[in-house]
Design a binder for this molecule. Structure first.
Ligand SMILES: Nc1ncnc2c1ncn2[C@@H]1O[C@H](COP(=O)(O)OP(=O)(O)OP(=O)(O)O)[C@@H](O)[C@H]1O
Length: 232
């Protein structure tokens, strides 16, 4: 089966500063991947490369078999770690903007998600709290019927009680034949939805395993394994 996302020997430098060195991995369809690592390890850089927002210094990045570019952007839904909405927008304007921009935007899904996320279409986006803004960005991203979903630190501002419900919504609403990559520091809170984990350490892949294999091979859960790898 063709991978949804494939990185081959990817090197990325910002000027002379190396961010990724020799990163290779594949993500198959129908998988939820936890992209984990300490500060500055290279997670956002991987997200931006996969989203086609920048190109690698060397190596290749492909989505659905094609190099990242116009086609891949059309089938990739990216939620960055900073809001994408403009200051004049109400929630309904942000929805309309995404609908106009993306042919795969699913209005019915957006309506369901808005109500699930307890977002009022008449609220100004500038009046939303950090957590409510994350709910809006998630709604905009997951309402697309994309092949690849990229969520960079999606629920850091959401209160712990709501986190579980929002995770359930992500799993319920994303397109199941596609792949979903979530970068996060909230390993313990989110690990239950991961099929696979990818640990990035100092710009390299330190571990890429199915969560079930992790338990079988090492007898450890994701959080425990994470602490072990990053303590070294
Ligand atoms: N625009 C940039 N210019 C120069 N260096 C950058 C730039 N963006 C990232 N870097 C550097 O690249 C490395 C990887 O950064 P990246 O943002 O990908 O890490 P991260 O794992 O997402 O970190 P965090 O968990 O803190 O968000 C870091 O050393 C960072 O300082």
């Amino acid at each position: 089966m063709e991978p949804i996302l494939q990185l081959k020997d990817v090197v990325k430098r910002y000027g002379t500063k190396p961010a990724l060195s020799g990163v290779s991995f594949e993500v198959g369809p129908g998988k939820i991947i936890g992209l984990l690592g300490s500060n500055g390890s290279g997670k956002t850089t991987i997200m931006k490369l996969a989203a086609g927002l920048m190109q690698p210094t060397s190596g290749s990045v492909a989505v659905c078999g094609l190099p990242t570019g116009k086609y891949s952007k059309a089938c990739t839904a990216f939620m960055p770690d900073k809001p994408l909405t403009e200051s004049w927008m109400k929630v309904r304007d942000a929805i309309a903007f995404s609908r106009d921009l993306y042919p795969d935007f699913d209005d019915a899904k957006a309506r369901d998600m808005l109500s699930f996320m307890q977002l009022n279409p008449d609220d100004k986006t500038t009046s939303l709290s950090k957590g409510m803004n994350e709910r809006l960005q998630l709604t905009l991203t997951i309402s697309r019927n994309a092949k690849l979903y990229l969520l960079d630190e999606p629920i850091g501002g959401v209160d712990p009680v709501a986190r579980d419900k929002i995770l359930d919504a992500i799993v319920q609403y994303y397109n199941e034949e596609s792949s979903l990559i979530i970068s996060t520091h909230l390993v313990r809170d989110i690990e239950r939805i991961f099929d696979e984990v990818l640990f990035i350490k100092e710009g390299k892949v330190a571990l890429h395993e199915a969560v079930d294999d992790l338990r079988m091979k090492y007898g450890k859960g994701v959080d425990e394994m994470f602490k072990e790898v990053y303590a070294q």
